[in-house]
Structure formats: structure tokens, C-alpha cells
Design a protein around this ligand. Structure first.
Ligand SMILES: C[S@@+](CC[C@H](N)C(=O)[O-])C[C@H]1O[C@@H](n2cnc3c(N)ncnc32)[C@H](O)[C@@H]1O
Length: 215
């Protein structure tokens, strides 16, 4: 479950850091303000942090400057290799959004950038329910990812990608599991989180969800 993208990311790992710098015109808007987006996420956390989909460790690098208690989870072996080279002291486990590494301390924050859309909406709910059960009260989920204000906004973005002949981008938007803010907000309410959303570029929003009540 949730591991169907491993081969894609193994193949992408060696050139991923070039892509996020905006060299690929199809993805330039998706990765616009990439550094700022990662900084915004890391500025919101402290204490013991669990990061999902660490990729090449770009968010991880920022997190370890704020707190030494960072643990990562990443399903692509090639991505894990790059992060381990950049950050040999950070434990990065093989796993997906459902893997909770065994630690001897409670988890204060769960973070991720550009990765949550790899879960179907059904899987997203399972993940949020799981995080509600493991986070300390007052703990937070902070995820930045492509999401849409509505289904209509998503369709319009796909039409724009088609019109620009951005075929790879249009295909991604159609086939990966990009969701809407109202959907996420309802899930978070149901699982005892108070949430806010802020747009950071044409595609990416930051979702901050504070656990308000023990389930
Ligand atoms: C676009 S990259 C983002 C990497 C990094 N977080 C960043 O912001 O640059 C998406 C990452 O999510 C990982 N990923 C894909 N499916 C996943 C899953 N089901 N659970 C956790 N991570 C996943 C990929 O292997 C990849 O490293």
C-alpha cells in the first residue's frame, strides 16, 4: 500500500535536486519558492519530529538545524542513499506514510513536503487517523503539497497544463492523488485536529493541523 511510486523515485533521485531548482519548465511553477516552502514548514516545528517522504533530505537539513530529534521515513532506496550521504547522523527508515518508527520518546510533530499526494484519499484518512493516535496532545501535522481549493480549481489547472502542452504535468495531475482542501479539512476535523491552510505558490499549500483532543 502506498509504495507504487518507488521505481519512479529511484530513477528520479540523482536529478531530483536539479528539478526542484526549476530547470524543468513543466514543473517550474510546482517548485516555485521551493526553498521558502521548506523554510515555512521547518519554522513551524520543534521537539521530536517525524518526517515522511524525505527524498534527498532538503527539508531534513532544515529540520536538524532547529532540533536534533529528527527521524525520517522514505520508501525509495536511491533517495535514502542521497539523504544518508548528506546527513549521516539522521536515521532514515525504509517505509511509507503508515510506518511509525520505534522511538523511546513521544512524537511532537509530523512533517512532509511534496509527498502526501502519493496516498489515495482513503489512505490519507487512514494516515490522519494513525497520526491522531500517535501525536502528543497539542502536537502538529505540517504538510506542504499540491492541493486545490476545489475540484473545479483542480480541473482548471489540468486544462491549463493541457493548453500549455505540459503533458507530463497534466498526466501527473490526472493520475496521482491530488486532493482538495475541503476534503482534507473534513478528515482533520473528524480526527480531532484544528487545521489551517495557506497557499505558497500556484500549486502548493501548507496544511497545519494541531491535535486538539485525545481520540
Ligand atoms: C516529490 S518527492 C519530495 C521529496 C522531499 N520531501 C522534498 O520536498 O523535496 C516525493 C517523495 O515522497 C516519497 N514517497 C512516495 N510515495 C510515498 C509513500 N507512500 N510514503 C512516503 N513517502 C512516499 C518518494 O519516494 C519521494 O522521495
Amino acid at each position: 500500500m502506498g509504495r507504487e511510486f518507488d521505481r519512479l523515485f529511484d530513477e528520479w533521485a540523482s536529478t531530483y535536486d536539479e528539478t526542484v531548482s526549476g530547470v524543468d519548465p513543466e514543473y517550474a511553477e510546482v517548485f516555485m519558492h521551493y526553498e521558502h516552502i521548506l523554510n515555512e514548514v521547518s519554522a513551524k516545528v520543534s521537539g521530536h519530529v517525524l518526517e515522511y517522504g524525505v527524498g534527498t533530505g532538503n527539508l531534513t537539513e532544515r529540520l536538524v538545524k532547529r532540533t536534533p530529534k529528527v527521524v525520517g521515513v522514505e520508501p525509495s532506496a536511491e533517495m535514502r542513499k542521497i539523504t544518508r550521504t548528506k546527513l549521516p547522523s539522521v536515521p532514515v527508515f525504509d517505509g511509507d506514510f503508515f510506518h511509525i518508527p520505534l522511538t523511546d520518546y513521544p512524537i511532537d510533530n509530523i512533517v512532509s513536503t511534496y509527498a502526501f499526494h502519493h496516498l489515495t484519499d482513503e489512505e490519507k484518512e487512514k494516515a490522519i487517523a494513525l497520526y491522531s493516535s500517535v501525536l502528543v496532545p497539542g502536537g502538529k501535522i505540517v504538510f506542504a503539497d499540491t492541493m486545490f481549493a476545489s475540484e473545479a480549481a483542480k480541473l482548471e489547472t489540468i486544462h491549463k497544463a493541457d493548453a500549455a502542452e505540459y503533458r507530463r504535468l497534466a498526466e501527473d495531475l490526472r493520475t496521482e492523488y491530488y486532493t482538495t482542501i475541503p476534503f482534507l479539512q473534513a478528515l482533520l476535523d473528524k480526527h480531532h485536529f484544528s487545521s489551517t491552510f495557506k497557499q505558497l505558490n500556484a500549486f502548493v499549500w501548507i496544511m497545519e493541523a494541531v491535535k486538539v483532543k485525545q481520540p
